[in-house]
Design a protein around this ligand. Structure first.
Ligand SMILES: [Fe+2]
Length: 660
């Protein structure tokens, strides 16, 4: 998003009369919107880019009305001081990056801010431009961090995950944002950061500091060894323990504190992962020093996964497990967040699982789901404070926006969820919780570690297998073109039973073969198709601004199942539908989750031609004699200008299958 200088339209004639330097300044536009970096108890860095030099100033205040100059250090980097690789991978000529470090701030305090150029405000007077300094180190204060991985496609799923988080968040606020890497596909170039990271998360980044870990995709253009590249240009990370911890001397790995939580970021990509190497030595020193109550680590390559990568086979993953996990667990780590594998996998409470290949024997301390809510197995229990080898939760969060994949269920996982989303990490009093939030703001997993007193752990023999949840959209059947020659099993534009009306929903089991619509007076009879306003309907429904779901049923007879060839559903629809054959769901199109009045995740689809969904794989659901096809049609929006549900059932010759 660009913020044109508000002065520009009225200023041009006046500017033409003054110096060329001022003209340059007045015409500069923000090309990377302001975002927060490196927050501490007493300081905050704000970064942005313009397409020319300006005379920058950041004003702050504890109310939006009273902003004033603050003590600050301004670092100005021209494009030649940023990444210098292949030209198309660099920042555009003329780019200037401003990094303003505000100091002498009060801890745990919310400040509003605005960027000024030559005394004129260039960010809007908007409350969302604010930051909150960290609480005093060690303070027992609640915290909430958003954690995302493998998101940087710039696509719809990445945007939906961000929107889902905001929906879940509502009026609550974030204390930080952790990205576990692969934030700018395909090579983490400067333009890719500008297109696929900053604009997507802009409304969060302007008031939430992002603490990053480098992924292999950023590793194509950025180097952990030199600390040079678009990734290192984008972030200002604490190499000198500015926010707590032990100085690492590098932005490639670092630590920081938020109250009584100690966070450690490691580089799993391009630095030596051996226990004797510099990174592991720093890690040991950092762990020895921390006095936190909670310990959280994050890096890109997961020690345990069977998603799109396999932790039993790949060197970086094996080394993080064999070399780094023993150090983290002897330091009492509570939770480890990683990405790389495009899936959500969350482990049971484990310790000492360093073998290759991974096994679940002798390493599981609690095989429950860690959910303290009704119907859950109860929180995981650990000793208060940091106790060596007292149990770790591993969470792979590579489900932030790119294509999902699962090879298998990893034996140490409690939950394996093939669905886009992100994670909320919260600490409060003596509890640390992990919540997986999907693209719609729904919670798909929730577990809690309760840390109190002294807990002696014991090994669970033969722990249970993971629970698997898969996003039904990933397995959606793709429609084909309706073949020209077919016999009708249910004729086109014949009479169906239907239920349609404001607050009218079919009762449970309405799609079953033995359901009798005559017991409910709201069921009526009408000719297909059903709908309004697009002049292709035989039964006109008064739906607009009233209701969005229509339930239809049609009984049909099959004399000989063996006589069916390629049989399937021919349907014209707007916007989505779910079809059931003898009570079993056989096709779901553009209704992502749920059914009836609990359906969610609609997509817009115009009824143009009949689409063909083969049901040949469902022949076993049929019986010779009476059968029933039931279809619920959904309109994406109650105010939509049209709706169509027009279906029939055909038997035809084999059609060529399209590859998915
Ligand atoms: Fe990756």
């Amino acid at each position: 998003m660009k913020f044109p200088s508000p002065l520009l339209p009225i200023c041009v004639p006046i500017c033409a009369l003054i110096t060329s330097l001022s003209i340059t300044a007045q015409s500069a536009e923000i090309i990377r919107a302001p975002y927060l970096q490196l927050s501490t108890e007493s300081s905050q860095t704000i970064v942005w880019r313009t397409d020319g030099k300006i005379k920058p100033e950041v004003r702050i205040g504890t109310s939006i009305e009273a902003l004033a100059a603050a003590k600050s250090l301004v670092i100005e980097k021209e494009e030649v001081e940023l990444y210098q690789g292949i030209k198309k991978k660099q920042a555009k000529k003329g780019t200037v990056q401003y990094e303003v470090q505000l100091s002498e701030l009060e801890p745990d305090t919310t400040y509003y801010y605005a960027v000024y150029q030559d005394g004129e405000r260039i960010t809007p007077a908007d409350k969302t431009y604010h930051f909150k300094t960290h609480p005093k180190r060690g303070e027992k204060i609640a915290s909430r961090f958003w954690i995302v991985g493998d998101s940087g496609t710039g696509g719809a799923d990445q945007i939906r995950v961000h929107d889902g988080m905001k929906k879940w968040l509502g009026e609550k606020t974030l204390d930080g944002y952790i990205h576990v890497g692969d934030m700018a596909y395909g090579s983490g170039t400067d333009p890719e950061f500008s297109e696929k990271f900053f604009p997507i998360y802009e409304t969060t980044l302007r008031n939430t500091t992002c603490w990053a870990s480098m992924g292999n995709h950023e590793g194509f253009t950025s180097s952990g060894k030199t600390g040079i590249g678009p990734y290192y240009d984008a972030y200002v990370l604490p190499k000198n323990a500015e926010a707590g911890g032990t100085p690492s001397g590098t932005e490639a790995y670092y630590s920081f504190d938020y109250g009584n939580v100690h966070f450690i970021c490691l580089n799993s990509h391009d630095l030596d992962r051996k226990p004797t190497a510099t990174m592991a030595q720093w890690l040991k020193a950092d762990l020895e020093k921390t006095k936190a109550d909670f310990l959280v680590a994050f890096f890109h390559h997961p020690p345990y996964t069977k998603g799109s990568h396999d932790s039993d086979d790949e060197l970086r993953l094996v080394e993080m497990r064999e070399h780094i996990m023993p150090i983290l667990e002897s330091g009492g780590v509570d939770a480890v967040f990683t990405g790389h594998s495009h899936i959500y996998e969350r482990s049971m409470l484990i310790d000492g699982a360093y073998q290759t290949p991974s096994t679940n024997q002798g390493v599981v301390l609690d095989d429950g789901n860690g959910n303290p809510r009704e119907g859950g197995d109860g929180s995981y229990k650990k000793s208060g404070g940091l106790t060596p080898n007292n149990g770790t939760i591993q969470a792979v969060v590579g489900h932030g926006g790119t294509k999902l994949r699962r090879k298998d269920n990893h034996v140490l996982m409690s939950q394996v969820i093939l669905m886009h989303g992100s994670v909320m990490l919260e600490t409060k009093e003596d509890e640390l919780s992990i919540t997986m939030v999907d693209s719609y703001g729904n919670e798909q997993d929730h577990c809690v570690i309760k840390k109190a007193g002294k807990v002696e752990q014991s090994i669970v023999q033969n722990p249970r297998a993971p629970k698997l949840i898969e996003d039904p959209r990933l397995f959606a059947v793709k429609p084909e073109k309706l073949p020209k020659i077919y016999d009708s099993i249910i004729s086109q534009h014949t009479e169906w039973d239907y239920l349609a009306g404001e607050d009218q929903h079919a009762e449970k089991g309405w799609m079953a073969l033995n359901y009798d619509t005559s017991n409910d007076k709201n069921w009526k009879k009408g000719m297909a198709g059903f709908g309004y306003s697009d002049e292709d309907d035989n039964t006109i429904l008064d739906m607009e601004n009233k209701f969005t779901v229509v339930y239809t049923r049609k009984e049909f007879t099959v004399d000989k199942i063996s006589s069916l060839r390629e049989f399937g559903l021919a349907i014209k629809y707007d916007d989505g539908f779910i079809a059931y054959l003898n009570g079993v769901q056989v096709v779901r199109s553009l209704v992502d989750f749920g059914a009836g009045d609990e359906a969610k995740g609609f997509n817009v689809h115009e009824a143009k031609n009949y689409e063909f969904f083969s049901l040949s794989n469902y022949k076993k659901l049929l019986r010779e004699g009476k059968n029933v096809l039931a279809i619920e049609g959904h309109n994406a929006d109650i105010g939509s200008s049209d709706f169509t549900l027009d279906a029939f059932l055909v038997n035809t010759k084999a059609v060529a299958r399209k590859k998915k």
